[in-house]
Each structure stands twice: as C-alpha cells, then as structure tokens.
Design a protein around this ligand. Structure first.
Ligand SMILES: Nc1ncnc2c1ncn2[C@@H]1O[C@H](COP(=O)(O)OP(=O)(O)OP(=O)(O)O)[C@@H](O)[C@H]1O
Length: 824
C-alpha cells in the first residue's frame, strides 16, 4: 500500500498535536509533583506542631493518639500522591520520546465507521479523559495489532469476544516529535521495520520489542491459562524477550492483584541479570525479582559449605585433561588410569544425582528415617557432652512413629532446651562459673545486676543476700555461655545433616545397625513393642556405574565441608525433607530462563519451593550445555512437573538475532537444525580462518578486531571455551589492540559494549554484533558433549561470525556446510 503525501502530512500533524498535549500534561504533572513534594516536606517539618499531646487523663491520651493518627494519615496520603504523580510523570516522559509505534483502524461489526487506535508503551488520554489518544500495547484491543493483518479480526475482552474488520495497519518510528519511518503493513508486522530494528548495533542491555512483537511471541506474552508455560525456542527466537514483555503484560492485566516483587526470574548468570534489567523499566514497570539458582543455593547452604558453582563443574567436565592449568594446550587428550576413572565416575555421579531416580531415593530415605538411621550431633558445652548422639537418637525414636520428621524435630528441640535448663542448674557449682564471676568487670557486674533485677523482680529474690547474689550471678553467667548452644538447637543444628547425606553413600550401610530395635509408642512400657527393621536395607538399589568412586568422592567432599554442584540440590532437598520444607507462597510467577540447564531434580525442587506460582520455562535443547542435560527433550522433565492438563508448550522456530547467512550456518551444527528458520535479514557469510600456531592466531585476531571496529561494530566478543582459555586469549591479545579489551569471568556483574573476551558458557543468553571464536578446532570442540557449547557460542553473533581454528577445524562444521561459510 502506498502512502500518500496527505497521509504523511496528516500523521505528522497528529504527532505534533499529541506531543503538544503531552507537553501540557507534563508541565501540569511537574507542578503537581513539586507542590506535593513541598507539602510532604512541610508536613514532616511541622509534624509535631499539629499534634496535640496530652496524657493527663485517659480521654486526653485517646484524643492525642487520634490526633497523631490523623497527622500520620495526612502525611501518608501526600506521600502516596507524590509517588503516583512521579510515576505518571516518568511514564509520560518515556512516552514522549516516541508517543506511539502503531495504528490500527478497527470497525466493530454492525458499526459503519472505523476508529483509529494508536498504540504506545503506555496509555494517554485526552483532557476530558474520555478518549484514548494512545492505547497501551497491552490493552485487549491492542492484540489485534500483533495477531492480524487487515481483514476480519477478533479480540477478547473481559466481557467477551469483539469481532470486526481491521481496515488499516500502520507502523511508525517517531523520534523527537517527528515521524522518521512509516509503513502500512500486510500479513506480518512489517518485516521492513523488524529488519531495521534487527540491523541495529547490539547493546550491553537488552531492548524492548513491543513495536515488533511477532504473532507467535504474542501467544507467549498473553498466555494467561497455563500453570506451566513451556517455550521451546531456537537460539535467538526471542524467548527471553517474549518472557520479559510477558511480565509487563501480566503486571498490567492483573495490576490489582499482582506486583513485580511477586515475580521471580531465574537467570543463567549474574551477567545476564544485568543484561535484561532495563527492559521492564523501559516499559514503565518495576523490575521483578531476579536471581540465579546458584545464588539461591549459596543463600541456603553457603554458611555451612563451600558450594561448587555450575561453571566450575562445567569447566571440570570440559577441560579435564585437555589443557594445563594455565590454559596451554596439551596436544592430545589421552585419558589414562586413575584420572580417567575419576572423570568417568564424576560424570556418572552428575547424571545420577540430577535424576528423578535419585529424588525417589531421597523420598524412600525420608520414609526410612521415620523408623531408623537418624543421625544427630551430640550436644556439647565446654567439652562436656550434655546429650550424646545416642541419647538423641533414642529420644527421637521414642516418639510416635506416625509423627512426621520435622514435627518430631520440633518436639526434640523443646525437649533439648529443657534438658539444657536442667544442665545449667548442675553447672552452678562448677569452678569455671566461679572464675567467670570473679572476672566480671564492675560494668559487667552492674549490667548483670540490672538484668537480674529485671528478671527476678517480684519473685522475692534480691541482691541483698551474698549467697543469693552468687547463685543469681552464676545462673546469669551460665545462661550467657549457653546462648550459642541454645541458638544452635533452635536452628536444629543437632541434626547431623552431613552424616545423613553421607549415609546414602556408605556402601556397607551397616547391616548390624539396621537391625537395631525400634521402640514404637512411648510412655507406657507395656505398650512398647519391639519391631526389628528389615536388615538388608540399602538406600540405593540401582547403583549407577562407578558407584564406589562416586561414594568415595562424595564422602570426601562432605568431610571437607564442600558440596559439589550436583550434590547441592539433593542435599538441600534431603535437609528440608528432614527438617521441614521451606516454601515461598508470596511468589506468584516464576520464570526460568535457559530451563534446559536445570536438572529434573532441580526443577522438582523449584516446584516445591514455589507451591502457589505459575511458571514460564524457556528453553532450547540445542543449548543444553551441562552434563546433566536430559538426553531426550527439554520438555520432558519440565512438562512432567505439572502434568499435561496444566502445561502448554509453545515452539518458536524462527531466529531473529542473526542474519540469514549466520543462521544457515549455525543450524547445520546441530542435529535437526533444518527446522530453524532464518529471518530475512542478509549479511556476510561466516568466515573460518585456519592458523598453525598461537602467534599467528593472535595477530590475525587482532587484525580482524581492527577490521570489525572499522566497520562500525560496537560490541565484539572473542568467545573462548573455558575461563582459562579466555585468560590466555586476553593476556596475549591485550597488548596487540589499540582499544581496551575486557575479560569476563563468572564474577563479572556487568559488561560494557566494546571488545571483550568471554568463556562460552557465560555468553549464554547475551548477544554481540560480531563473534570471534577463539579456537574452533577439533581439539577444542571434539567431544560430542561440546557440540552444543560450540553452537551456543556461534549463535551469539548478530551480524558477523568468524571462527579461528588452531589446526584442524572442529568436526561439528561438517562437509554439508562447506557452502555456508568462507575459508580465509
Ligand atoms: N519481535 C521481535 N522484534 C524485535 N527484535 C526481536 C524480536 N524477537 C526477538 N528479537 C531480538 O532477537 C534477539 C534475540 O532475542 P532473545 O535474546 O530474546 O532470544 P532467545 O530465544 O532468548 O535467545 P537465546 O536462547 O539464543 O539466548 C534480541 O536482540 C531481540 O531483541
């Protein structure tokens, strides 16, 4: 459809008019904000002047309280108005930059005239507030823009379906109150505009996509039914983008019931958290809570353990035996002897401990502990054993076996605290107490005196009597010293969790111990029966390969207060199964990005942690880089969480990030890649540069970086496989470049545009104008388990990809791809 000059003139005039109205509204809002702010300051300043305080009589006191309350209400009303006006002003300022991006002319069935609906990032009403000059992109009618081409259309409102005709669909790019681009579009949301948007340079922060949301993405954004929404989308298909706009949509749609702090995003790494953190504020919404699974593990277990992170685990799996400590290459990976055995055992352990089979073992173990095998730490005080572990076990199994483990521990806690009271009385005469009393400084003495006065006041005891005073002081001293013990008991630290987890890995699970007699019932000895346990119980029936080595390693790590990444979630789960599950009922929506990287065990844990929430899981099987990745489909373990009735799967096949040439190349790296559709944005073919030594590698890399900078690319990433290889590349390249070279590590909280070196797994989820694969040789990417890592690295490129290969090129770039890249 051709736009006439008149169309341009009309639209330009409308932009001017709307912007002028926005300016007037903004001035009004600025005045209001200023005025309310000074009100608030004034009220705070004279707060007490306005309150009449008189406590002489009960009535006066009540009146004073009422007066205080009234004053507080006035203040909080003004503060609320200030907050609202500031937020409205912020939204308007953002809107003014680009008042709208789309127009649809909609004529409702039975009507004779269409109405022009203009869409922007938030709504804007006329002066009388009876007509929308701009509709919010999330309003029900706005969905027409994303779902239909001109013709018969329908949309859903809270009152039902509305049908009609779309007469026109128009797109705009407006900057500084002027239309820069304008198209009338047909079937899809103007490929032209999308092409323009995608051709931009990448940024250190993700962008909103509201102006160009695609139909299939809109299904994700507006899906409101599924308890579990799974998005299985290829690299660059807009999973993360759609999920973030979805958050904005849900916050808008359920604004009366849902707030941003009730939504949590689990990101693959802290860098990614930062990368996406600007999207929601750009849309005028507050950010949801953002975390990583690792941060959660640290929060729960970090005090007691050195918890290995997923990247360290991955580095072990990737780098084992293939490069030396300093990242230098060892020519051939020849696994040998013990090392190879330990490596295979670790892999077997990772698989097993990530599986639902192991989860079932922990459930069985939980049942088992109801009757036997519970372990406790003895309660000790100053080298004395107050309660032995055996005594605790005895007590634990003296409760009714029907009582659940956490409830029994509650009872135990009370009982132990009582025992500590008794113990404290026995300590009164101990010499150390006497010494402590003598050592009390006059200040401490005085404090103790005050404490005791307060405590014993009214109970007849006084400080007058010397003996009495000594007893009271002794009690006080003991109480103070027992504080840490009591606090540990309150936190259930008497449960030997390490021992309990370790017990799962003790092969010779103590036949003689499992034969111990269990008393059922308590109190009346006649009721006490003796029930022998079956004596062959073993926690793990189907032992995975390398079981002995797995056990040995696990126990060794536990003894050193270390938890391997694969052990962290099972340990946490077991801990909660014993001590009580922690749940977070406040969170209503959880978004899991890179869901393929979560083990079935971890997903089950998350479901348990957030019992009331809905979930959105975003994943791409081709980017499953961890060794625990399910061999079948990313969907299987996730779909199993809530079952088919509550689960909906949406697949995205089209990749928007990279040019057509890059997608045609990268899709050939993974099996089934044919299904990946490129978007119609053209560019250069990927280039492969083979080098024979590291010196040439670095000088050619430096030359390539210079070329790319010369082309105007703002973000260039050299993607190395591991952290050590990144370090090596950084050291060698930095002196050769004219520009600063960043090095990203797992501790980097953010990254800036520019040139940087980054390990492959940290590049997950982010993108760069140009990607240079540091060494894409067969040596580095040779094992089948490295294919997806290589694919993930290559798919980070938006406009250019160049693979350097130190020696023979990786076999993942097969012969079928010969035409898809240029040899240099
Ligand atoms: N509808 C759209 N309009 C404009 N840009 C889009 C659209 N969809 C996706 N993009 C762009 O494509 C790129 C990839 O999007 P995103 O990171 O959300 O994809 P992803 O599926 O999460 O990728 P990956 O799994 O590879 O990390 C981003 O630059 C994003 O802005």
């Amino acid at each position: 459809m051709n736009l006439t000059e008149q169309d341009w003139a009309d639209e330009e005039q409308r932009v001017q008019e709307v912007t002028a109205k926005m300016c007037i509204r903004m001035t009004g809002l600025e005045d209001q904000v200023g005025k309310v702010q000074s009100d608030v300051v004034e009220i705070r300043k004279h707060y007490w002047d306005e309150v009449t305080m008189d406590l002489s009589t009960t009535e006066d006191a009540a009146e004073s309280i009422a007066s205080m309350r009234q004053q507080a209400e006035v203040l909080s009303e003004r503060e609320r108005t200030h907050r609202q006006a500031t937020a409205a002003l912020g939204k308007l300022k953002r809107l003014m930059k680009s008042p709208y991006f789309g127009r649809i002319d909609f004529m409702e069935r039975e009507e004779r005239q269409g109405e022009a609906i203009y869409l922007g990032i938030s709504a804007f009403l006329n002066e009388q507030e009876d007509h929308y000059l701009v509709y919010d992109w999330r309003a029900p009618i706005s969905s027409l823009y994303y779902d239909y081409a001109p013709g018969e259309v329908a949309f859903t409102t809270p009152n039902g379906m509305v049908e009609g005709q779309m007469l026109l669909k128009r797109q705009f790019v407006i900057r500084d109150s002027h239309i820069q681009l304008m198209f009338d579009t047909g079937v899809t949301i103007g490929d032209e505009l999308l092409k323009q948007v995608l051709s931009r340079s990448s940024d250190a922060q993700m962008k909103t996509i509201v102006a160009t949301i695609q139909k299939e993405q809109n299904r994700i954004i507006r899906n409101d039914k599924a308890r579990m929404l799974i998005v299985q989308g290829v690299a660059g298909s807009g999973k993360t983008s759609a999920a973030l706009q979805r958050v904005a949509y849900l916050l808008y749609k359920h604004r009366d019931q849902l707030s941003s702090d009730q939504m949590v995003l689990f990101s693959p790494n802290p860098l990614f958290n930062n990368y996406v953190s600007t999207v929601l504020p750009e849309l005028g919404e507050e950010n949801m809570q953002q975390t990583t699974y690792q941060a959660y593990l640290e929060h729960r277990l970090g005090e007691e353990f050195d918890v290995e992170d997923s990247f360290t685990q991955l580095e072990y799996v990737l780098a084992q035996g293939r490069s030396s400590e300093n990242g230098e290459r060892i020519e051939e990976f020849i696994p040998h002897g013990d090392e190879e055995y330990a490596y295979s055992a670790r892999l077997s352990g990772i698989h097993y401990k990530s599986s639902l089979e192991f989860l079932a073992v922990i459930h069985a173990y939980q049942e088992r502990l109801m009757y036997a095998d519970m372990l406790f730490n003895p309660i000790k005080f100053r080298e004395k054993e107050v309660l032995s572990a055996a005594r605790l076990v005895e007590r634990f199994y003296s409760y009714d076996p029907a009582i659940r483990l956490p409830n029994r521990l509650e009872l135990m806690r009370g009982w132990i605290l009582e025992q500590l009271e008794l113990f404290a009385e026995l300590e009164l005469e101990e010499a150390w107490v006497e010494e402590e009393i003598e050592l009390l400084s006059s200040e401490e003495y005085h404090l103790a005196y005050l404490r005791l006065r307060k405590l014993e006041w009214g109970q007849g005891d006084t400080f007058d009597d010397f003996d009495q005073e000594r007893v009271l002081l002794a009690r006080d001293v003991i109480k103070e010293h027992l504080k840490p013990v009591r606090s540990a008991v309150k936190r259930l630290m008497f449960v030997d969790l390490r021992g309990l987890y370790g017990q799962l890995f003790r092969e010779e699970i103590r036949e003689e111990e499992t034969m111990h007699e269990i008393k059922v019932g308590q109190g009346n000895p006649i009721e006490n029966q003796v029930r022998p346990m079956e004596n062959q119980w073993s926690p793990i029936e189907n032992k995975p390969p390398y079981w002995s080595a797995i056990c040995e390693r696990t126990l060794k790590e536990l003894a050193q207060a270390r938890l391997a990444y694969e052990d962290a979630t099972p340990f946490l789960y077991m801990m909660e199964a014993v001590c009580g599950f922690q749940t977070n009922g406040a969170v209503r929506h959880v978004i899991i990005d890179e869901a393929q990287d979560y083990s079935p065990f971890q997903l089950a844990y998350l479901k348990r942690l957030f019992p009331r929430c809905r979930m959105t899981a975003l994943g791409d099987l081709n980017q499953a880089i961890y060794s625990h990745a399910s061999a079948y489909s990313v969907i299987d373990p996730i779909a199993a969480l809530y079952g088919p009735e509550q689960t909906e799967v949406i697949r995205l096949h089209r990749s928007y990030r990279s040019t057509r040439e890059l997608v045609e190349f990268t899709r050939g790296i993974v099996p089934g890649g044919d299904a990946i559709e490129p978007f119609t944005r053209g560019g250069a073919k990927p280039r492969v540069i083979k080098v024979s030594d590291r010196g040439s590698l670095h000088s050619l890399l430096a030359a390539e970086i210079d070329r790319l900078l010369g082309e105007g690319y703002a973000s260039i990433a050299i993607i190395a496989k591991t952290a050590s290889e990144s370090k090596l590349a950084h050291q060698a390249l930095e002196p050769q470049l004219q520009v600063p070279l960043g090095l990203i590590t797992k501790h980097s909280p953010t990254f800036e545009s520019g040139v940087l070196v980054i390990p492959s797994y940290l590049a997950k989820g982010v993108e760069f104008d140009a990607v240079l694969i540091y060494d894409g040789s067969r040596h580095q990417y040779g094992h089948e388990n490295e294919r997806k890592l290589f694919y993930t690295a290559c798919t980070r490129a938006m406009h250019e990809l160049c693979i350097f290969s130190l020696g023979e090129l990786t076999g993942f770039v097969g012969e079928h791809l010969t035409d898809a890249y240029d040899w240099v």
